[in-house]
Design a protein around this ligand. Structure first.
Ligand code: AHR
Length: 483
C-alpha cells in the first residue's frame, strides 16, 4: 500500500495550548530531593537547585509544573514548608511512608518555576486539610491585601504575590489509597465550596476538579461544581508488556478514546446545566507505569518504544486541542521520570526526547490532515485498527512554517509516504528532526547517553507534493515554509 498524508494548510481546527507539554513533581522517592533539589551538591546552585536538571528542563521549555503531589498533596500542610529551613518540622508522610524534611516548600517551588520559566500549578490538600488552610495558602500566594498571611509572605522575603494561576482541588480523591477518599457527590460539593471561596481571594485563578476516568464519577462531580471550576482532570497510567512493541505504541489510542469520552461527559453535563463556559480537560498525570514501586523509589527505565507512545499521546492531544488544554507527565525527574539523576550525573530518557521534539519543533495552530495507512491490532486493551503512520500537522502562522509530526509505528519497516499539501504553496528546504534509536527498544544509560535522542537530518528540497521515507520505530518532524 502507498501511504499518504494530506495536509490542508488553510483548514485550521484549533490552537494547541502549550500547557499540554507540562510536567509534575511530587515529594516522592528522588523526584524533588536528589532530583531537582539537592542541598550541598557541587552540581546545585545557591538555592539548592540542581543546575544540570534545570538546564535540561529549560531545553524542553516546560510550560507548567504541578506540585506537591499526587498522593503526597492530600496530607501536606503548606505552613510546614515556609520560613527558616532549619526550623521547619520533619513530618512522616502517610501517603508514601517517608520522612518529609520540608526543605522544599512554597517559596522554593515558586522560585524554581520562575527560573525554569514554568507556570506554577499547586494541588491543594483535600485529604487531611481544611478549607481554611487552603484559603490561607491561596491568600499567602496570591493576595496583596494587608492581612496576616500576606504579611507573613513578605516577612519571608517576597513582597510581590506569586500569582499562582492554577489550583487543583485535591488529588485522586475517588481512590481508597487517598487521604480524604469519598463519594463523587461528597467531593463535588467540596470542590464547589473550595473553588467558590478561592476565587473570592483571586478571581483570576483557574481551578481543576478531580476527575476519575469514569463517566459516573465525572458527571456527578460536574453537576455539582461544573459552574465554578475551569477544568476536570483525568489520570491514566498504562502497563503494556515491555517486550511487546506494538502493545506499547498502540497504547496512546486508548488514551485518545478516554479523553474523548471525558469530553462527551463534559458536553452531557453542560447540556442540562448550561454552563456559561467550556470546561477544559487537564490530563494532569499520565505515563507508562510498569514495575515501579516504593521499594524501587518509583523509578522506571524507559525505552524508545515508550517515547513513540508519548509522541502518540501528543498527536492525540493535538486532535483534541479544543478540549485538552493542559497535561502533566507523571513525573519529571527520577519518579517515573523523563529525566534520571545520579549524585554526579544526569540522564535524559527517551520520553524526555519526545518532549524535546514536540515542545521545540511543533507549532501552535492545529490544521487538518488526513492519513491513509495500513493498520495493526493488539490484544493489549483490545486495540484495533491502529495506523502504522500517525500524523499531526501544525502551522506557525506568524512565520508561515508548516510543522508536521509523523510517527512510524512499524517495528521493522521503513515506510515511504507521499505527502500532499493543499491550500497554500510549499517550497524550499525542509528541516527534518528525527527521534530514533538503533533498535525498537533502545534506551539510554549513564554510560551510553545518546542511544536515543533527537537529531537534525540533512535538509530536503520539497514542494507541494513530495515523498519521504519514515524510518522504522521513529518520529519525524518536518518543518517547511509555506505561502
Ligand atoms: O505519580 C505517582 C502517583 O500516581 C501519584 O502520587 C498519584 O496521584 C497517582 O496515583
Amino acid at each position: 500500500m502507498d501511504e499518504k498524508i494530506q495536509v490542508y494548510l488553510n483548514k485550521k481546527i484549533g490552537n494547541i495550548n502549550r500547557n499540554i507539554y507540562g510536567h509534575f513533581i511530587e515529594h516522592l522517592g528522588r523526584c524533588i530531593y536528589g532530583g531537582i533539589y539537592e542541598e550541598g551538591s557541587p552540581l546545585s546552585d545557591e538555592n539548592g537547585f540542581r543546575k544540570d536538571v534545570l538546564d535540561a528542563i529549560k531545553r524542553i521549555r516546560v510550560p507548567v509544573l504541578r506540585w506537591p503531589g499526587g498522593n503526597f498533596a492530600s496530607n501536606y500542610h503548606w505552613e510546614d514548608g515556609i520560613g527558616e529551613k532549619e526550623k521547619r518540622p520533619r513530618r512522616f508522610d502517610t501517603a508514601w511512608s517517608a520522612i518529609e524534611t520540608n526543605h522544599f516548600g512554597t517559596h522554593e517551588f515558586i522560585k524554581y518555576c520562575q527560573i525554569a520559566g514554568a507556570e506554577p500549578y499547586i494541588c491543594l490538600n483535600l485529604g487531611t486539610g481544611t478549607l481554611d488552610e487552603s484559603l490561607a495558602w491561596v491568600e499567602y500566594c496570591n493576595s496583596n491585601r494587608d492581612t496576616h498571611f500576606v504579611n507573613m509572605r513578605k516577612q519571608n522575603g517576597c513582597d510581590e504575590p506569586f500569582r499562582v494561576k492554577y489550583w487543583g482541588i485535591g488529588n485522586e480523591i475517588y481512590g481508597k489509597w487517598q487521604h480524604g477518599y469519598c463519594s463523587a457527590a461528597e467531593y463535588g460539593e467540596k470542590a464547589r465550596e473550595f473553588s467558590q471561596f478561592i476565587k473570592k481571594i483571586d478571581p483570576d485563578i483557574k481551578t481543576i476538579a478531580v476527575g476519575a476516568n469514569n463517566p459516573d464519577w465525572d458527571l456527578e462531580v460536574l453537576k455539582r461544581c461544573g459552574h465554578i471550576v475551569d477544568y476536570i482532570s483525568i489520570h491514566i497510567y498504562l502497563n503494556p508488556d515491555k517486550d511487546n512493541f506494538y502493545d506499547i505504541v498502540a497504547a496512546s489510542s486508548y488514551i485518545e478514546e478516554r479523553l474523548k469520552l471525558l469530553k462527551s461527559v463534559i458536553d452531557v453535563a453542560g447540556s442540562f446545566l448550561s454552563f456559561d463556559k467550556e470546561i477544559q480537560i487537564a490530563f494532569d498525570e499520565w505515563n507508562i507505569w510498569r514495575k515501579a514501586s516504593v521499594e524501587t523509589q518509583m523509578e522506571e527505565p524507559y525505552n524508545l518504544a515508550d517515547s513513540i507512545f508519548a509522541c502518540g499521546v501528543f498527536n492525540s492531544m493535538h486532535r483534541l486541542c479544543n478540549s485538552v488544554t493542559m497535561a502533566n507527565l507523571a513525573q519529571l525527574v527520577n519518579v517515573l521520570g523523563a529525566i534520571s539523576t545520579s549524585k554526579d550525573d544526569i540522564l535524559l530518557t527517551p520520553i524526555y526526547w519526545a518532549f524535546y521534539l514536540y515542545s521545540n519543533y511543533m507549532a501552535d495552530t492545529f490544521i487538518e490532515s488526513v492519513v491513509d495507512s495500513e493498520n495493526f491490532s493488539t490484544d493489549f486493551l483490545n486495540l484495533k485498527n491502529i495506523p502504522y503512520i500517525d500524523a499531526s500537522a501544525t502551522i506557525d502562522e506568524k512565520n508561515k512554517i508548516l510543522c508536521l509530526a509523523v510517527i512510524n509505528r512499524h517495528k521493522d519497516n521503513n515506510i515511504q509516504a507521499k505527502i500532499d499539501a493543499f491550500g497554500g504553496k510549499i517550497s524550499g528546504n525542509a528541516r527534518i528532526f528525527e527521534l530514533n534509536g538503533k533498535t525498537p527498544f533502545s534506551f539510554n544509560t549513564f554510560e551510553e547517553k545518546q542511544n536515543v535522542r533527537v537529531i537534525e537530518k540533512k535538509p530536503l528540497t520539497v514542494d507541494n507534493r513530495f515523498s519521504y521515507v519514515f524510518p522504522a520505530h521513529s518520529t519525524t518532524v518536518i518543518q517547511v515554509k509555506y505561502e
